[in-house]
Design a protein around this ligand. Structure first.
Ligand SMILES: Nc1nc2c(ncn2[C@@H]2O[C@H](COP(=O)(O)OP(=O)(O)O)[C@@H](O)[C@H]2O)c(=O)[nH]1
Ligand SMILES: [Mg+2]
Length: 447
């Protein structure tokens, strides 16, 4: 962190302005060397008007934002150069900075410095990246709650409870003869562990919601040919995305589109109709459909109400016993030839009148508790965080089991300690260099 780094922080392309950002001990002196007036003694957090020069040549008319340590994003000196947008000017200024002693920042290096200098924790660093990539209100709010410290506070509260419990256990081990009120009886241990378990359970429970807000829900629309899968996709998207004909085998590849259900992204994937076929291209399409059934969050199995159920339908119905399957009985504008009484999650409808498709959306909202999700929006959401909170929870479970099977309390303490450490890794209280490097590599350059 002794280097001064720089990067273009705005997206590349033609635009009104671009921002080139520098951070590090020489940020101000490097810019001073290429700026039209002296900025060494300016106050912090001021804007300066002037020109960037390459020796005697004026490169651009700019505004500088000068922010001195420690009240900055990285806790180091930062200068942001607001120049005219577009490719040439922006890159020219970057080139001059590099020539004058800056190093090009790695992806996420500004945020990495903010983390290493203790301005934000690891969870908050990840939230910065999530916020930048947020496409929905829910994801923006989720990221903001992570960044604003709401989630950190929940984690820290559990860690504090663990520390106090471990301290009590220590006293018991070190001073078994001690008899004041710190002494931990099995009952007290039980009670405290129950409180912690309750809080941690909530955190684990919330990861389901966090994942949905962050990644959205993938819905695979499957069924035999001609039942109306592509028509359903088009109606839900309100766009003629997939080709619809009465020729079986029209859809041969996956066709995707995204809708928003109360702020949650729902990716709809239309597939080739599943049936026996000798057509090579269609066969590959069918294989893709079958594979998608295994990966999707929801399988929307479409049946045609106007035709008798045949072997292809029945085969699909036998695989549809999982609770992530919704059966949409389409074409109910026609004479309905049969009923499905013994199945759950069945919705009737057609692609002419929107009622059935509205019920389908409602079913998805209920299935994923989407209305509930939006109430709180303080969840752990990415794979790293979810893995760690599950590990913390497993350690706590072991501690609970040990307590009930009469294992000595010093053994229980080591499980509590593990739980404490996993929770610490979520916020980056303890971390490995390699994990940090990998994490920031996913960021954009300039953030
Ligand atoms: N009557 C009626 N016809 C429909 C409905 N949905 C789709 N179709 C027709 O069924 C045929 C097959 O539709 P398509 O969406 O291509 O089915 P896919 O092969 O499952 O994708 C087309 O002629 C559609 O116009 C519906 O709800 N009612
Ligand atoms: Mg189709």
């Amino acid at each position: 962190m002794e280097d001064t780094i720089c990067a273009i922080s705005t997206s590349l392309g033609v635009g009104a302005i671009s921002i080139i950002r520098l951070t590090g001990p020489k940020a101000i002196s490097i810019v001073n060397g290429i700026f039209s007036s002296d900025i060494t003694n300016t106050d912090t957090h001021v804007i300066k008007y002037g020109h960037i020069k390459d020796n005697d040549e004026v490169i651009d008319e700019v505004l500088l934002m000068i922010m001195k340590a420690p009240k900055t994003y990285t806790k180091e000196d930062i200068v942001e150069i607001n120049c005219h947008g577009g490719y040439n000017t922006t890159h020219k200024i970057l080139e001059i900075l590099l020539k004058n002693g800056c190093r090009l920042a790695e992806p996420g290096e500004f945020t990495k410095r903010a983390f290493l200098n203790g301005r934000i924790n690891l969870l908050e660093s990840e939230a910065v990246n999530e916020l930048i990539s947020a496409k929905t209100d829910s994801k923006r709010k989720l990221s903001l709650n992570q960044l604003g410290g709401n989630l950190t506070r929940k984690i820290e509260a559990i860690r504090e409870q663990l520390v106090s419990l471990m301290a009590n256990i220590e006293v018991n081990i070190d001073y078994p003869e001690y008899t004041d009120n710190l002494v931990i009886t099995e009952n007290l241990l039980n009670e405290k562990l129950r409180d912690i378990t309750l809080e941690l359970d909530k955190l684990v429970e919330g990861t389901k919601f966090g994942k949905i807000v962050s990644n959205g829900i993938n819905v695979a629309i499957v069924g035999k040919p001609n039942v109306g899968k592509s028509s359903i996709l088009n109606h839900l998207l309100d766009e003629q995305k997939a080709i619809v004909t009465d020729v079986a085998g029209t859809t041969r590849d996956l066709v995707e589109g995204v809708i928003s259900l109360n702020g949650i992204e729902v990716k709809l994937i239309d597939t080739a109709g599943i049936h026996e076929t000798d057509d090579l291209v269609e066969k590959i399409g069918v294989e893709k459909s079958v594979n998608l059934i295994k990966e999707a969050d929801v399988v929307l199995l479409v049946l045609d109400a106007s035709r008798p159920l045949d072997e292809d339908d029945n085969k699909l119905l036998t695989t549809a016993n999982q609770d992530n399957v919704i059966i949409f009985i389409n074409k109910d504008d026609q004479n309905r030839l049969w009923n499905l009484d013994n199945k759950e999650n069945v919705v009737f409808g057609n692609t002419i009148n929107p009622d059935g498709l509205d019920s389908l959306k409602q079913k998805l909202i209920e299935m994923f508790n989407i209305n509930e999700i939006n109430k709180d929006l303080t969840y752990l959401s990415n794979a790293r965080q979810i893995d760690l909170v599950n590990k913390a929870n497993d350690s706590l479970k072991v501690a609970n089991e040990s307590l009930h099977s009469g294992i000595p309390i010093d053994m229980i303490e080591s499980d509590l300690k593990r739980c404490f450490e996993y929770l610490g890794q979520i916020i980056g209280d303890t971390y490995e260099e390699a994990v940090i490097d990998r994490l920031f590599r996913d960021f954009c350059v300039g953030k």
